[in-house]
Design a protein around this ligand. Structure first.
Ligand code: SF4
Length: 595
């Protein structure tokens, strides 16, 4: 029987509630969205006591459904001022699901200067004073916690940036090996919201727990098998090698960073602060470069090498797009993972073409508790504003290191998000929508993703409606012309399906396969319906989540004028295709017409 845990940080109390029967289908994003929309005052200050942090494992987390252990975190975002859901892998979703928790709702904020951690087990919750966990780097913190608790707990929380209420902060999670705090529910500044509750970590121990059981076991099992089969045979999500031993699955071999070369080739890789669509050194920071580095260090250091590809970010992920980047000289772990978005934000976007520098910037973000997309775009504002030069990785590393110094204004600014940094430094080309920085696809040559950036409730966010799958990678062998202007239907369809997937616990990357393979899609749906014991229409379910989110944002003061891209995307043609973002406002408004 799933439960909800309510934590009140005003008086450090907690209580348990049963999941109301009418909410039995809510999990992951659907759960966080429902509780944020129904319980948080849309006009509240996001970093004060009236905001709430809502945490929920996806519906299928902890089950044997493949790649289904994602965790959603929601709140009013300090970056956008609207509703936010960010999700991540790591250990925590599985741990929470196994101890029977559907969600955690945290409200209030304690008086005083103490820092706290929440320790969760089966039917137990303790709120501990943990001042020694605050103000330190996250690599040290996760090491300290695993040394203290021998159950290999899931850990999520906020780092120095979140503890200082800085809006570039994400919510970190430890990876399976606890070697890196790099599993981020990164976007929207949610780390700062947790910091405002004076919570450093939430530690979950499932040693007394058990696997959640589906209501209709046969249907669930049939769906699970179909999805596993479809994922394993798809060239993006499939096995590492084919029957002849040759590299096969794109994600397993090269991770999401396989996109670096693809987007560069397509002329849509935002480079030097969104001023070009091609980066001369893209190949040097690509997934292929990481793959080669891992192979080189394996050859040199054998079993001692800590470099990996085909690495899973949570127990039961069979797509395994994650990686561990080693130091060339020692084979020891440098950072895990280095994903496409991070390699782009801290690489091509800054004109930094050295893999070492990009990995080091990513490690610093992980240690400080920063969202890499926001951090990379924020550093770009320092470059655009003439404080440090584009292309200078050493200067970028030096700048980010200032964030450890609580008295450094530069250090605070680099953790404060792109909009605040850009405006402070006199920049007029600030790539944000609703205050959140754009990800790794330039919307000028790829219009559908621009429509998603503009219209999603989340602020610029590729994962909210990943039209790249249709516009660049193709579905069932067909590519939707990326330059076409009529993308409202495409974006809405992707946004609705994504809201469903984000609620299921499945990793969004199953989309590469299920959009191509009908049996994979049916498998996804059968596991969801079989688990809950009821049939849900994917689009209807997703649209309900989006309606809730739009209601919150409307009540927070958002209008259709907020569903727009920054001016420079309309006026500055992007080389090499020399196109602007020409989608009309009418087309943008069509995405959620009547919602
Ligand atoms: S595909 Fe990658 S991001 Fe998705 S769950 Fe697996 S390892 Fe994590």
């Amino acid at each position: 029987m799933s439960k909800i845990l309510r934590v009140n940080m005003n008086d450090l109390s907690h209580k348990w509630e049963s999941v109301p029967s009418e909410h039995a289908h809510l999990a992951g994003r659907a759960f966080t969205t429902h509780y944020v929309n129904s319980e948080v005052d849309p006009m509240c200050h996001p970093l004060r006591a009236h905001n709430k942090v809502v945490i929920s494992p996806g519906l299928l987390a902890g089950t044997l459904a493949p790649s289904s252990g994602r965790l959603s975190v929601g709140a009013k975002s300090p970056l956008t001022g609207g509703i936010k859901e960010a999700n991540a892998g790591g250990l925590t979703a599985t741990r929470l699901a196994k101890i029977g928790l559907r969600g955690i709702v945290i409200e209030g904020a304690p008086s005083g200067d103490d820092w706290y951690s929440i320790l969760l087990g089966k039917d137990s919750c303790e709120i501990l004073k943990t001042n020694d966990y605050a103000g330190i780097g996250l690599y040290d913190l996760i090491g300290k916690i695993w040394k203290k608790y021998d159950s290999k707990p899931g850990i999520i929380g906020c780092g120095i940036a979140g503890q200082r209420l800085l809006r570039g902060a994400g919510i970190f999670g430890n990876n399976i090996e606890n070697s890196d705090p790099g599993r981020y529910a990164g976007r929207g500044g949610l780390g700062a919201v947790l910091g405002s509750k004076r919570i450093v970590t939430i530690i979950s121990d499932d040693s007394e727990g058990s696997r959640p059981e589906p209501k209709q076991k046969e249907k669930f099992e049939q769906g699970r098998k179909a999805l596993v089969e479809a994922l394993n045979k798809h060239p993006v999500t499939g096995k590492l090698n084919n029957d002849e031993g040759k590299p096969f699955g794109g994600l397993k071999n090269y991770g999401t960073n396989i996109l670096q070369n693809i987007l560069n080739e397509a002329g849509g890789l935002p480079t030097l602060g969104f001023s070009s669509g091609r980066f001369k050194d893209a190949a040097k920071i690509s997934g292929e470069a990481v793959h080669d580095l891992v192979d080189r260090t394996k050859k040199k250091f054998g079993d001692k090498s800590e470099g990996r590809y085909a690495h899973s970010c949570h127990p039961g992920c069979i797509m395994a797009c994650s990686n561990a980047v080693p130091y060339e000289e020692t084979g020891k772990l440098h950072v895990s993972p280095l994903e496409y978005e991070s390699a782009w934000a801290l690489g091509a976007n800054l004109g930094v073409g050295k893999l070492y520098d990009v990995a080091e910037l990513n490690r610093l973000c992980n240690d400080l508790g920063l969202d890499t997309i926001e951090a990379g775009n924020t550093i770009a504002m320092f470059m655009e504003g003439g404080i440090i030069p584009y292309g200078d990785g050493t200067a970028a590393i030096k700048l980010l290191k200032k964030a450890y110094d609580s008295k450094s204004v530069d250090g605070k600014l680099v953790c404060s998000g792109t909009k605040i940094a850009g405006e402070t430094l006199g920049v007029t080309r600030i790539p944000v929508v609703k205050g959140q920085a754009l990800p790794a696809y330039d919307p000028r040559p790829i219009r559908g993703i621009g429509v998603t950036y503009a219209t999603t409730t989340m602020g610029a966010d590729h994962t909210a409606g990943y039209t790249i799958a249709a516009e660049i990678l193709g579905i069932k062998g067909e590519v939707t012309d990326p330059r076409k202007m009529e993308k409202a239907d495409l974006s809405r369809a992707f946004q609705a399906t994504t809201a469903y997937i984000d609620s299921s616990g499945y990793c969004l990357f199953i989309a590469f396969c299920i959009l191509d393979d009908d049996s994979g899609f049916a498998g996804m749906k059968d596991t969801f319906d079989g688990f809950i014991g009821h049939e849900y229409d994917v689009t209807e379910y997703g649209l309900k989540v989006l309606k809730n989110e739009r209601e919150f944002n409307r009540n927070a003061g958002f209008t259709k004028e907020d569903d727009r891209l920054p001016e420079f995307f309309h006026t500055e043609p992007l080389p090499p295709h020399n196109v602007t973002f020409d989608v009309s406002d009418e087309e943008l408004d069509k995405v959620f017409e009547g919602m």
